[in-house]
Ligand binder design. Structure first.
Ligand SMILES: [Zn+2]
Length: 382
């Protein structure tokens, strides 16, 4: 039997322990203790220059005879900062019926609690597993995903499949778009403004024309994920205090991509657009610097055992059908799939108002989700 009281107590405690991005140490220590209490060895890792922002990971070894697959259960420990407008103390779990209010109550301390209680269940009931369960609680997801990136690149985190316990319960995600921030620098020719347009070539005008052309560029369309998007987010050029024709103007373009699109294809599109409006040789396209690589888009096969098992056990536990969805944004799952090569389904207890005041999680989903995790594990590793 699932120990529901202990599961919910753990969930409430996770809400009490503050873990705003960059300060996940206390929560990492709490979760590490939960794992150590199960006799597991816990490793800490800090991404570059982080003092209070560890990620932790551990392996629950299978006790079976065979060499089964390894399943990764993972989730981020960090929350965003406290938004204004809370009606309750965001660090005191406040229960109203099925709802529990608190910072991270939805995103995603319910998922972390479910993972912990799942491991306790496996251990205490001596469930024989052919394969291993790797568990990773990561930092910095809400900022740059440096926790997950660090585990994948510095520690060679590997698994045959993963459940990312992010807060999507009725609509498990099996694909995400990717994203780039692109700088488009347009050159003109300066001269005294009083002589313009006989003298000079106005980079602000050229960049404006190019911005309009970029917005109209097509993108690939993926049958499930849909299309990519272009968004001109910022434009800057010219010097305010001198009477000069602007000779440089920069556009900041946000590009969400779908599978098949890469920075190279986006750059080619922009350069072709520039050429078509007479700006050949005057435009430079670069990625805006980011300490980590940009997240690429991915989809996983809906017929993979991990996906089918979640679908089946969701039905068994809730009596309802789960929707397999494709997300417009990015999350840690992008790194797990595109860097770690780990097929990942994003599925965990949910709620509402994430990244806002009065965030809440749902007790019923935390209970059901934990049962589903346990069943999936027995399905795939049993
Ligand atoms: Zn999240």
């Amino acid at each position: 039997m699932l120990n529901q009281t202990r599961l919910l107590e753990t969930y409430y405690e996770l809400i009490r322990v503050k873990s705003v991005s960059g300060n996940e140490q206390a929560l990492a220590d709490y979760l590490a203790k939960c794992l150590k209490d199960l006799g597991l060895e816990v490793k800490y890792t800090y991404y570059e220059n982080s003092k209070n922002s560890p990620s932790i990971y551990s392996v629950l070894k299978g006790q079976g005879l065979g060499e089964g697959p390894t399943l990764l259960l993972t989730g981020h420990m960090d929350t965003v900062d406290v938004a204004s407008g809370w009606n309750t103390d965001p660090f005191t779990p406040t229960i109203e019926g099925d709802k529990v209010y608190g910072l991270g109550a939805c995103d995603m301390k319910g998922g972390l609690a479910s993972i912990i209680e799942t491991l306790r269940y496996i251990k205490e009931n001596n469930v024989k597993l052919q394969g291993d369960i790797t568990v990773a609680f990561v930092s910095d997801e809400e900022v740059q995903s440096r926790g997950t990136y660090n585990l994948l690149t510095e520690h060679g985190l590997k698994a045959d499949m993963a459940i990312m316990a992010e807060c999507r319960f009725t609509d498990a995600a099996v694909g995400f778009r990717g994203r780039y921030s692109i700088n488009v620098s347009v050159k003109g020719k300066t001269g005294h403004a009083s002589r313009y347009p006989n003298v000079g070539e106005n980079a602000v005008i050229s960049a404006s024309k190019l911005a309009i052309a970029i917005e109209q560029l097509p993108t690939l369309v993926h049958p499930k994920i849909g299309e990519g998007t272009w968004c001109i987010r910022h434009i800057e050029g010219g010097i305010k205090n001198t009477l000069s024709v602007p000779d440089k103007c920069d556009l900041l373009v946000d590009r969400y991509v779908v599978p098949g699109e890469s920075f190279d294809t986006c750059r080619d599109q922009i350069l072709n657009a520039a050429k078509s409006i007479g700006l050949q040789g005057k435009v430079e396209v670069t990625l805006v610097h980011r300490p980590l690589p940009y997240m690429e888009s991915f989809v996983i096969d809906e017929n993979l055992p991990i996906v089918k098992s979640v679908v089946k056990n969701f039905r068994n536990v809730t009596g309802k059908e789960i929707e397999l969805s494709y997300d417009k944004s990015v999350c840690d799952s992008n790194f797990l799939v595109t860097i770690g090569n780990i097929p990942t389904i994003t599925f965990g207890p949910s709620g509402k108002n994430l990244h806002q005041s009065n965030e809440f999680g749902l007790i019923s989903e935390i209970l059901d989700c934990t049962k589903i995790y346990i069943d999936v594990i027995q399905d795939l590793l049993g």
